[in-house]
Design a protein around this ligand. Structure first.
Ligand code: DGP
Length: 216
């Protein structure tokens, strides 16, 4: 019996408004990748997250920082079996945000007791991407293009950015960064220019043999 080659798990991470969703959709459409966006706002937990982000029924007062952190993580766990099964069935997957956003947005709040280990703890055991592409944009330092969601503020984005950088330069394992991580500065680039680079990273990874799953 021929064993099915498992699919690749590729993640695009970055701050708000760096073009992650556009790039994920293009990769999905043009390379036949299955697309998962986190938070997934359609699940029961996702609906609470959406309500928190858009500051409707929940906000920072009615839902504690710890609770919302755990809900974001649960949202990833809700879809974990489905993601793993798709990979085992040989399907390639592109992820729009995942564990690193979970850690970065919560850590940026600077809440006592919510340190890196705490923030990271509930995501331990999730399948780790074969490749993480981190998009940075040094051009959107003002509020242009930000909507009304809870984190879409200049000061918060600046802190999140610092935390992302700390994660990728200090916290994540050096072997992972060397073999499974690419940073891409998209400042001033058009959609197709960014796509060309993202696609080259994706293709390079797709051509590598799939090995055993890695886990956070
Ligand atoms: P998006 O749909 O990609 O625009 O993400 C919605 C917002 O939620 C965005 O400001 C980033 C934030 N976010 C995404 N994932 C997480 C997470 O796991 N934890 C926290 N605290 N925030 C997150």
């Amino acid at each position: 019996m021929v064993e099915t080659k498992r699919g690749k798990l590729i993640l695009i991470e970055g701050l708000d408004r760096t073009g992650k969703t556009t790039q994920c959709e293009l990769i999905s459409k043009r390379n036949n990748y299955k697309y998962y966006k986190f938070p997934n706002r359609e699940t029961p937990i996702g609906k609470i997250i959406n309500s928190y982000l858009s500051q409707q029924n929940y906000d920072g007062k009615t839902l504690s920082d710890q609770s919302i952190h755990l809900l974001f993580s649960s949202n990833r766990w809700e879809l974990q079996e489905e993601i793993k099964q798709n990979l085992l069935d040989g399907k390639n997957i592109i992820l729009d945000r995942y564990v690193y956003s979970g850690v970065a947005y919560s850590l940026a709040k600077g809440i006592e007791g919510m340190d890196y280990e705490w923030c990271f703890g509930c995501d331990r055991g999730l399948v780790k991407p074969d490749l993480t592409i981190f998009l940075i944009n040094t051009g959107n330092a003002d509020n242009d293009g930000f909507g009304d969601e809870i984190y879409e503020k200049k000061e918060i984005q600046a802190k999140v950015r610092q935390v992302f950088e700390t994660i990728f330069t200090e916290k994540e394992k050096k072997e992972y960064i060397k073999d499974h991580f690419k940073q891409l500065d998209v400042t001033g680039l058009g959609i197709e220019e960014v796509y060309e680079k993202v696609e080259s990273f994706v293709k390079e990874e797709t051509n590598k043999d799939s090995n055993r799953f890695m886990y956070f």
